[in-house]
Design a protein around this ligand. Structure first.
Ligand code: AMP
Length: 214
C-alpha cells in the first residue's frame, strides 16, 4: 500500500508517518528530511537548496523528483511507501504517478490532514525535534523532558529547524496555498482523497488515518 500524507507545514504529517512506520512497517519518504540530510552532508545540491529552504520557498521540481526517483529505485518496501511532504506541486504529482506506474506500483490513498492556520503557527513556532531519531516535541503540549533525554532514543540532541520561525512560516504557508493546495482537488477528482481532522489529538488523528486506510 502506498499513501500520500497531504497538508500544510505543521499539520502533523511527519509525526503520523513515523507512527505508520512503527505500526505497519511502511517506509517514510520525506523530501524535507532528504533535503536537510543533503545540507548537513554538504553536497553541492544541499548547498544549492539551503537558502531556498530557510526562506520557506519550494526547491525545484527537478531536484525533489530526482530524490524520490532515487529512493524508489534503491529502496525495497514490502510494507509500502508513505510520501510525506511530496508531492507539493501538480508537476510533482504527475511525476509521482508516472514513477509508480513505471515500477508497477499504485497509489492507494491520499490523506489530507486538515488544520487551521492559527494552530499551525502555534505548533510550528513551539516545535523542536530530536536530531538523533526525529521524535517531535512541542513547548506547550509535549515539552522536552527535564532530564533533557529524548523519550524515544535517549539522545540529547534537540534541534529547532532554521525555517520554523514566523517569517519563513508565512512564506511556507503561502507556498502551500499557491502551489500545493491544488493537489486536494487533483486527488479528489481522481477519487483518491480522504480527509482527516488534523487538530485532534495525535492518537485520534492516527485512529482516523487507520480507518481511512482500512
Ligand atoms: P518539510 O520538512 O516537508 O516542511 O520541508 C522543508 C522544506 O524543504 C520546504 O519548505 C521546502 O523548501 C523543501 N521541500 C521539501 N519537500 C519539498 C517538495 N516536495 N517540493 C519542493 N520543496 C520541498
Amino acid at each position: 500500500m502506498n499513501i500520500i500524507l497531504l497538508g500544510p507545514p505543521g499539520a502533523g504529517k511527519g509525526t503520523q508517518a513515523r507512527k505508520l512506520v512503527d505500526e505497519r512497517g511502511m517506509v517514510q519518504l520525506s523530501t524535507g528530511d532528504m533535503l536537510r540530510a543533503a545540507r548537513t552532508s554538504g553536497t553541492d545540491m544541499g548547498k544549492k537548496v539551503a537558502a531556498v529552504m530557510d526562506a520557506g520557498n519550494l526547491v525545484t521540481d527537478e531536484i525533489v523528483i530526482g530524490l524520490i526517483r532515487e529512493q524508489l529505485e534503491s529502496d525495497n518496501a514490502p510494507g509500502g511507501y508513505i510520501f510525506d511532504g511530496f508531492p507539493r506541486t501538480l508537476a510533482q504529482a504527475d511525476a509521482l504517478g508516472n514513477l509508480l506506474v513505471e515500477m508497477g506500483e499504485s497509489l492507494d490513498h491520499v490523506i489530507e490532514m486538515q488544520v487551521d492556520d492559527e494552530a499551525l503557527v502555534a505548533r510550528i513556532t513551539a516545535r523542536s525535534t530530536c536530531g538523533s531519531c526525529g521524535e517531535v516535541y512541542n513547548d506547550n503540549t509535549k515539552p522536552i523532558p527535564a532530564d533533557e533525554k529524548c523519550t524515544n532514543c535517549g539522545a540529547n540532541d534537540f534541534q529547532r529547524r532554521a525555517d520554523d520561525n514566523e517569517e519563513s512560516l508565512r512564506t511556507r504557508l503561502m507556498a502551500y496555498y499557491k502551489q500545493t493546495s491544488p493537489l486536494v482537488g487533483y486527488y479528489y477528482a481522481k477519487g483518491d482523497l480522504q480527509s482527516v481532522d488534523g487538530l485532534a489529538s495525535m492518537d485520534e488523528v492516527a485512529a482516523s488515518i487507520n480507518k481511512a486506510l482500512a
